[in-house]
Design a binder for this molecule. Structure first.
Ligand SMILES: [Mg+2]
Length: 412
């Protein structure tokens, strides 16, 4: 069996709860890998800068290859530094090098970060789906089997739009609990942004600190002590203020404080972790290479990869396994929609030390519906229940996809 095509399809629709509140528009990019046997796999990538160009580049190297060689193909892209321009006719479809893809002097895969890793993440997800369909097994068996039938989801709430109103915070937390979620997260940087005096010095002024604590305390008071509650810093703060906010929030018994300092600096994270009474969770945009330094040097307590940013399902497992050998559990960041979330759930099921899988888009129903699982809802009681269907166990919901197809796009 050979790979015959790699395509993408862009969906665009409303996002009814933006970070920090408010409404907007969001793009979701789906990936399809076709074979000469007529079997195809579905994946999802984030629609970030350069991803579609990178998909075109990767396609040129994967056409004609055996789709079951998932890890060798992904390793070529992530660690093998693919050739900078077409010199090898082995598997090359020169037509795939469309005019907007420049012929480069150096391989874009020499540094596996950015568009190339975001694109191969979506391709790898589709290859996992494809392999499961070929071998007639759910993806979690390809990853070693499942430790759990129900994957715990944690709901990212960010912040309500009306931040001054403590009742809005309480209502948001209560609604998550009523929907069955037992783990929620709020964003510190969106918690009291109106009190930011200077966006450049990475500090938390006193008025902002007081309101961050006040608002998260209102959440804790609403949901009680049995709800797992986390806070995300989005890599915003200097070391001293990251430590201060951790100490101020300590009485609320948070499960973790996320990404306290910029961006992939190991030493600053170590400095925060040494004095933080709250476990430190990092790495939503990291690859295994970057995690290695954080894990080796004990710069965090919890690793937090995302299958659409780290290189895919197998790379997420590699990160989980390496972290486990250092006695660090894995939570899973989730920037994807329904397809990526279910793919991540397969990794979560197959990873011993999994803690929780993030989801953002509970208000935007179309995002939870562009793939279906034989009528099963995306969530039930705050968890994802995996089925025994082959591959990722999903089918495109063509009705929803057609409705939210971005201008100029065609349906798979
Ligand atoms: Mg985060």
């Amino acid at each position: 069996m050979k790979i015959t095509d790699i395509r993408s399809m862009l969906l665009r629709g409303p996002r009814l709860h933006l970070p920090g509140g408010g409404k907007g528009v969001i793009n979701k990019l789906l990936v399809r890998v076709d074979t000469d046997a007529g079997i195809y796999g579905l994946g999802e990538a984030d629609f970030y800068m350069g991803v579609r160009e990178a998909l075109g580049y990767i396609k040129a190297f994967l056409l004609g290859r055996n789709p079951l060689d998932i890890c060798p193909m992904v390793s070529e892209v992530l660690y093998g530094t693919l050739a900078p321009h077409p010199q090898d006719s082995r598997a090359l479809d020169r037509e795939a090098f469309t005019p907007f893809i420049p012929i480069l002097d150096s391989s874009p895969t020499a540094v596996p970060v950015g568009p190339i890793v975001w694109a191969i993440s979506g391709v790898e997800m589709a290859l996992c789906d494809l392999a499961g369909k070929i071998l007639r097994t759910p993806v979690y068996y390809l990853l070693g089997g499942k430790y759990r039938d129900h994957v715990q989801v944690y709901l990212d709430r960010s912040a309500p739009q009306d931040k001054e109103n403590l009742d809005a915070w309480k209502r948001m937390a209560a609604e998550a609990a009523e929907a069955g979620f037992t783990h929620i997260k709020f964003d510190i940087d969106y918690t009291a942004p109106e009190y930011t005096r200077d966006v450049w010095n990475r500090s938390i002024p006193p008025g902002q600190m007081r309101r961050i604590v006040e608002r998260l305390a209102a959440v804790r008071q609403t949901v009680g002590w049995d709800m797992a509650l986390c806070a995300d810093c989005h890599r915003h703060y200097n070391v001293a203020d990251a430590i201060r906010v951790a100490q101020e929030l300590a009485p609320l018994k948070l499960s973790w404080l996320e990404d306290p300092t910029p961006t992939a600096n190991i030493d600053s994270c170590i400095a925060v972790r040494e004095k933080s009474p709250i476990p430190i969770c990092v790495g939503e945009m990291f690859t295994a290479d970057i995690f290695q330094g954080f894990i080796d040097r004990q710069a965090c307590d919890i690793v937090h990869p995302d299958v659409i940013f780290c290189g895919g399902l197998h790379e997420a497992r590699l990160i989980a396994d390496y972290a486990e050998l250092h006695h660090m559990p894995m939570a899973m960041h989730g920037n994807g929609g329904s397809l990526a979330t279910i793919a991540a759930a397969h990794v979560a099921a197959a990873s011993r030390t999994f803690l929780g899988l993030e989801y953002h888009f509970i208000e935007s129903q179309w995002i939870s519906e562009y793939v279906t699982r034989a009528g099963a809802p995306l969530f039930k009681n705050g968890t994802i229940e995996l089925t025994d269907a082959p591959g990722l166990g999903v089918e495109l919901n063509t009705e929803v996809c057609r409705q939210y197809l971005a201008p100029g796009e065609s349906l798979f």
